[in-house]
Design a protein around this ligand. Sequence first.
Ligand SMILES: *Cc1c(COP(=O)(O)O)cnc(C)c1O
Length: 405
Amino acid sequence: MNTLAINGGVPVFREPQTFAPWPPVYPETGDKLREIYMSANWSFYGPAEAQFCQEFAAYHTSEYGVFMANGTTTLECALAALGVGAGDEVIVPSWTWMATGMAPVYLGATPVFADGEKDTFCLDPAAFEAAITPRTKAVIPVHLFGSMADMDKICAIADKHGIAVIEDCAHAHGGKWRGKGVGSLGKVGSFSFQQSKIMTSGEGGLCTTDDPELFETISRLKHIGYAPGKKRGEVAGGPPQTGLLCHNYRATEFQAQILLDQLHHLESDTVSRAENAEYLRKRLEAIPGIKTQSPGRCATMQSYYVFGITVDPQILKPGISKADVIAAVNAEGATEVFGGWGAVTYKQNLWNVSPEKYRVASADVVADIIANRIILLGIQWLMSDRAVLDKLVEAFDKVMKEYSR
Ligand SMILES: *Cc1c(COP(=O)(O)O)cnc(C)c1O
C-alpha cells in the first residue's frame, strides 16, 4: 500500500522537488554589474565595497567591516591581528568546516579541538574551559548550521582567562544574540560568502570588529600593508607595523555589488526561514525517533543556514543506518536532504595536518553523535511554502514508519 519509492512504490513528490534558483538572482543586480564592468574600476575600495562594508557591519551592530577574498582568509587575518603565532594554541570546535581548524595552522599556531553541546551542537563552554592551557591565545566558536554557540558563557570564560574570542559566522549571516549581531560579540567576527552560504558572491569573506586598531591591522593584512581605504598609488598611510606579514586577500567590486543587493533582502529572508524552521521543528519532532538541532539559546533572531535533524539509531531496524534514511527520503523526491561532513574535522580525509601540529582536548562524544545521526535539510526548504514542507514531513514520516523497529 505505502511501499517506499526506493523499493518501487509511488513517491510522495510525484516529480523530484525543484526550487527557485539558489543563490537568488536579481535582474537589477545584473544591470549594476554591467555598469561596474563599463566603469573599468573592478578592484578594491570602489563605491559598492565601501557601502557594503559599512551597511553589513551596521546591520550586525559592528563598527567596521573589512571585505576579503574568502572566509578562510578572514579567520587567518583575525588571528594574525590578535597576535596569534607560533607556539600559541587556538581552541576550535571538533565539528566544523576545515577552515576553522586550518586558520591557526597557517600561522604556525596549534588548533585544539573541543567537543560540542548536546542540543545546539556548537562549542561546549565546559569543553572549551577544560581545553585552556597557559598557551591558549584565542577561541573560535562557530555558529553551526541553524544554531548559535553560547556566547554569554564562552565570552565570560574567555574574559576570565584573557583569551580573545573570534566568532566564525560562516553559517549565521543576519543572526542576533540578545539583540546584538553575530560577529559583534567577540573581538572579531568572520563571515564567508562562498557559493553555498546564506549570502554569497561565489567567493568572498568579511571581518567585523568594533576595535579601530584591529580594523586597521586587518585592513593592512588583506591589502599588502596599505592603511584602510588607501589604494595603489595613494599615500599608503605609513608602513605596516614591524613584523606584520601582509597579503593580497582582496575581493572585487563585482562581488561587493552582488552582496550589497542581497543584504537588502537579508532581514525578510531570515525571518521567513526562521518561521519555516519552527513549523518544521514542530511537525518533524512529532515523528518518533526524530529530534531537531536546538536554535541559539539566547537568539533573538536565529539565522538558519540549513535545518539540522537527528535520527535515533536505536529506533531503526537492524542494518538500517542514517544513510539509508537519507537515500529513501531522496527517493521520495525530497532532494536537498543530505548528511553533512560525515566526521569531525580532524578525521575528514581533507584534513592533511600532521598529528603533532594539532591537539584533541576532549573525547568527541557529541561530535560523534552528530556524525552518526545528523541529516541536513538544505536552505531551499526553508524558503519554500507550507504545502511543500508538509510533503517533506510526509516523506520523513513514511520512511521512518517503514524503517523503525
Ligand atoms: C564556509 C566556512 C568557512 C569559510 O569558508 P570559505 O570557503 O573559505 O569562504 C569557515 N567556517 C565555516 C564553519 C564554514 O562553513
